[in-house]
Design a protein around this ligand. Structure first.
Ligand code: ZN
Length: 171
């Protein structure tokens, strides 16, 4: 697979602040530091209540993985399409309908994917230069399923290089 040199690992099905926005129409201004940083997210907008009430927060440091009996995950993504935006937090590619992720008998539609530099998640305390979050929405319940992938420098990946060349510099 051509992505082998670039993609270092499958991270988790989780949710970051940008992922959560996929399920919300609007959100107050937020950031990663200062008065709009993570410790204040719950206070910025009542929609953010999970930021202070949740018990299974993402991102996480994966340092004691155990084998689990979980449903098979299958990716059915289509190439091309989408609308790339710089939203002030990240580069995000909003996807047209048709790409899916299935987890057992649950079907998730790929809504968008975006980048974090450096990675939000860690493995045994180690950060990665880039992390992609592929944000999917369950076609039945509307809940999100996020596939995180770490990227590290290596052989050129033509698809990623073409995408990166088109990254808009300004929001
Ligand atoms: Zn994210």
């Amino acid at each position: 697979m051509y992505r082998r040199h670039l993609i270092k690992g499958l991270v988790a099905l989780g949710a970051c602040r940008i992922c959560v926005q996929a399920a919300q129409a609007t959100s107050a201004h937020w950031g990663y530091t200062g008065p709009v940083g993570p410790e204040h997210w719950a206070d910025l907008d009542k929609k953010n209540f999970v930021c202070s009430a949740g018990t299974q927060q993402s991102p996480i440091d994966i340092n004691s993985a155990v084998k689990a009996d979980i449903p098979h995950i299958a990716i059915g993504w289509h190439k091309g399409g989408g609308n790339m935006v710089n939203n002030g937090h990240t580069i995000q590619i909003n996807m047209p309908q048709g790409s899916t992720l299935t987890r057992g008998d649950r079907v998730y539609e790929l809504v968008q994917f975006h980048f974090h530099a450096p990675s939000e998640h860690h493995v045994a305390g180690k950060s990665f230069p880039l992390e992609v979050h592929f944000v999917h929405k369950d076609t039945q319940s509307g809940t999100l399923g996020v596939l995180g992938v770490f990227l590290t420098p290596g052989a050129t990946n033509a698809s990623f290089a073409a995408l990166a060349a088109a990254f808009p510099e300004l929001p």
